[in-house]
Design a protein around this ligand. Sequence first.
Ligand code: AKG
Length: 244
Amino acid sequence: MNFKFKAGSKSTNPNPSPNPNNEGGKRQSIDLGNGSDLIYIPRFLAFEESWKWFDYLNKEIPWTRPTIRVFGRSCVQPRDTCYVASVGLPELSYSGYQPHAYTWDDYPPLKDILDAVHKALPGSSFNSLLLNRYKGGNDYVGWHSDDEKLYGSTPEIASISFGCEREFFLKKKPSKVSQDSRSNGEPVNKRAKKSSSVDHHSFTLKHGSMLVMRGYTQRDWVHSVPKRAKADATRINLTFRHVI
Ligand SMILES: O=C(O)CCC(=O)C(=O)O
């Protein structure tokens, strides 16, 4: 376990595989209702191996902190980012920013994490990766959903965390209750009682964990990683996505 990473050298990879000693790190499935669901695996990758990934990613990825547009205003994105995608895919654009797409061959070790994710999620076929680096508790991502058209209507997004633990919040988007209730003639308050009351979820995203959002989660929910004064160390997050 004392090897050093070299970008592009497969033989130095930590060879990620689902953690064999994951007692207490069991896969949890959370049904959010209406066709949305989550999977959380606290110890998806083993602890030591995850630190090797952290060091590799921290050092080798060409992190940038772009200027984006939020509610009509330009601001510096409050975290570092990088984008990797298969060649020939439509370009990603969010908040007025179009990141350069590096290829998997630019950072071959990433293909090993991709393989481990595919193995854990049968049927998945991720072809792009958005990387985030939070350099401390002032870095964050505000409430949003990853509902860009290029991901389709029910995107599966697998999010792996390394380093400092941070809270991840999910909040249900306001529903069109009055519109829904008109469609079947029921009064608003009767329908409200029937629907699921859990409209917030939170997770402490652990070093080496994987959180998967599926189904209509991006259509019906928003998520965020808020500022935290006490989070004084760096966290790196990889979100694997499928561009259609
Ligand atoms: O850092 C995280 O866990 C969330 C990242 C995220 O929301 C995103 O990349 O869209």
